[in-house]
Structures are given as structure tokens and as C-alpha cells.
Design a protein around this ligand. Structure first.
Ligand SMILES: [Zn+2]
Ligand SMILES: [Zn+2]
Length: 353
């Protein structure tokens, strides 16, 4: 089968023929119909995240946002059949550890990050193997296409879990989203759907325009102002109730915390780069004085996908609105390259393999 293979960090992926996967007894093989390209792929491509115990090696197939049809299942798989239309959550779990048992598959003790480790090759390929298929595959309802699902990708799931489950967005709450890449734009759309008043912050006007289309009522170009937190506090007359760092660099994280009102909630969803390696300076005294919450949020538990599907089915959430273009496998490298300078707007989705 054709696959885009990482051979050297930050160098173009190699498009080549590799062996198609066979299902393990509990696994399934999915023919990929669509797969989003996201900043997590960029991190894997760069070789980031050894500080998280993840470091992509040569031979890795990236791609962690697939949707498609099941073409083979292992002997021990019970609830998934050939022909099922499925999505694959990017944080694969074992289904049996205490975290999975309590419904927190996103923080599984034996988490397998799809497309980032050799044992779990990703979906920039014609087919992808999914271990422990009964636990890890989500059947798509009618009306959600593979491209829609790839548009949902990890960003929609991550933003939805962060805003709907981890933080507490109420009607009319000011919600400041710092960084309007894929996860940030999804967060704008979701916070709006949940009733928040959204302020979008980015350095690029075209991303802010997209944020307005998706429901932001105010935008701030961080390049044009001296002090982003002060701007947010001016607009909101005191500060946001909820703020998200949707990028994962020190500036956006600090701006997010700084833009909150008393008892505000900061949500960290962006993972950091080589620059920070997971360490960011924060104004802890001010956070104590203001009773500011710092919330980490990772992906979404596989058991809660139905909530998002119901909102997609009724049109409250439109994942395709963040899809900027559909591309072929050989175009992935160019998109990753463009992400280095934050030049992609919205989400490219691979639908030709
Ligand atoms: Zn588990
Ligand atoms: Zn992703």
C-alpha cells in the first residue's frame, strides 16, 4: 500500500509502497478515506516531545485523525465488523486499566499515540491497523462523512472535551482563545455553540477573519497591541471567565492566564515546542490571589464521542467549516512545512491515497 513515511526529522516524507497491515487477534484494519493534517503531526515530524516520552523514529507513518471503512478484523473482535464506517481516536487505550474502566480512555495508563510510535503506525497511508478494536473504534452515525470526521480530528475532540467537560462554559461567559490554528478555531466554534462570548487572539488577520466566521464576537491581532491580557480585560470589563492556550508556547500560555478575571479558568491544550520542552513560567502569586484555575486537558474519552455527534447531526457544530482543503498523500510534506511559519489556515484533510 502507499504510505507517507518519515525518514528524517523535518525532511519531506517519503511516499512509498509498504506492507499493508494484517489484523492482530483483537485488532482491525481500516481503509483510510480521510485523515486530517494537524500540528501534532508537525511536532512528530520535527521530532519533538521526547520530554513526553515520545520521539518519532525513522520509518514512522504519521497521521492520527483517520476515518474510513473496516476491511479486516481479528478473530477475537466482537463488536466491529467489516464494512463498518469508523473513526479512530488518536489516543488509543487498552480498555482495561483503571483509567479506561472509569471512562477516561484519553488518559489510559498504557496509552498508544496513533502515528507517533513504531508499534502503532499512523494513517497517512491507504490502510491503518487499530489495536483493541472493540475499545478503540468509534462507529460513525449516518450523516457524518469521513471528511467531516477528519475535520473533527483531534482538534475538535480536544477543544470539546476542554470546554464542555474540563472547564465550565456558561451562557454569556467571556471565553478568550489564544492561538487560532486548528484547535483554536475549533474552540472558537465550540465555545460559541456552548453559549460563550468568544474573543479570538492570533497574529494573523486571515485566521482572525476565519474565527469571526466561526462565531468570535471580538478579535485581537496580538501583533497590533502592546499587551494582550490588557486588551481582553478591556473588552470584557475585567477579564475572561475562561481562556485557552490553543498553541502551547510560553507567550500564549501566559497571555491566556493573564487575560482571566478572578476565579477564571485557564485551559492548557497546546503542547509545547523544543523552546519550552514542557516548562513555562507562570505568575503563580497572581493566580493564588485571583483563585485562578490551571486546567490541563487531553483529547476526549472515547465514551463521549456521541455528544459531539449529536451536535454535528443537528448542525450546531460544523466540522467541515474548519476544513480548508482536501489534498493528496504527496502534499502532506508541504503542509507540514507551511506549519513551521504558521501559514496554514484551517485544516487540510488528505482524501487521496
Ligand atoms: Zn487504559
Ligand atoms: Zn491532530
Amino acid at each position: 500500500m502507499r504510505a507517507a513515511v518519515l525518514e528524517e526529522h523535518a525532511a519531506p516524507l517519503s511516499i512509498k509502497d509498504v506492507d499493508a497491515p494484517d489484523p492482530t487477534p483483537t485488532g482491525a484494519v481500516v481503509e483510510v478515506e480521510a485523515c486530517g493534517v494537524c500540528r501534532s503531526d508537525w511536532h512528530g515530524w520535527q521530532g519533538d516531545w521526547e520530554w513526553l516520552g515520545i520521539e518519532t523514529q525513522p520509518g514512522q507513518i504519521l497521521g492520527h485523525e483517520p476515518a474510513g471503512r473496516v476491511v479486516a478484523v481479528g478473530d477475537e473482535v466482537e463488536g466491529i465488523n467489516e464494512g463498518d464506517h469508523v473513526a479512530v481516536p488518536f489516543n488509543l487505550g487498552d480498555g482495561v486499566c483503571p483509567q479506561c474502566q472509569r471512562g477516561h480512555s484519553n488518559t489510559c495508563e498504557n496509552v498508544m499515540p496513533l502515528g507517533f510510535i513504531q508499534e502503532v503506525q499512523g494513517a497517512f497511508a491507504e490502510q491503518v491497523h487499530v489495536p483493541i478494536a472493540d475499545h478503540n473504534l468509534v462507529k460513525l452515525p449516518d450523516g457524518v462523512s469521513s471528511v467531516d470526521m477528519a475535520g473533527l480530528g483531534c482538534r475538535f475532540m480536544t477543544s470539546f472535551h476542554a470546554l464542555a467537560h474540563r472547564a465550565d462554559v456558561g451562557a454569556g461567559d467571556w471565553v478568550a482563545i489564544h492561538g487560532c490554528g486548528g484547535v483554536g478555531l475549533s474552540a472558537v466554534h465550540i465555545a460559541d455553540a456552548l453559549g460563550g462570548n468568544v474573543i479570538a487572539v492570533d497574529l494573523k488577520d486571515e485566521k482572525l477573519e476565519k474565527a469571526r466566521e466561526l462565531g468570535a464576537v471580538e478579535t485581537i491581532n496580538a501583533e497590533d497591541v502592546d499587551d494582550v491580557p490588557l486588551e481582553v480585560k478591556g473588552i470584557t470589563d475585567g477579564g475572561a471567565a475562561i481562556a485557552m492556550d490553543a498553541l502551547g508556547i510560553e507567550t500564549t500560555s501566559q497571555n491566556s492566564v493573564g487575560s482571566l478575571d478572578t476565579r477564571g479558568q485557564h485551559i492548557q491544550v497546546g503542547l509545547t515546542t523544543q523552546e519550552e520542552q514542557g516548562m513555562i513560567h507562570l505568575p503563580t502569586d497572581a493566580m493564588v490571589m485571583g483563585e485562578i484555575e490551571f486546567i490541563g486537558s487531553l483529547g476526549m474519552p472515547v465514551t463521549r464521542y456521541d455528544e459531539i455527534f449529536r451536535m454535528v447531526a443537528t448542525g450546531k457544530l460544523r466540522p467541515s467549516a474548519v476544513v480548508s482543503e482536501t489534498i493528496g498523500l504527496e502534499d502532506v510534506s508541504d503542509k507540514l512545512d507551511a506549519m513551521t511559519d504558521f501559514e496554514t489556515v484551517g485544516i487540510p484533510v488528505v482524501d487521496e491515497f
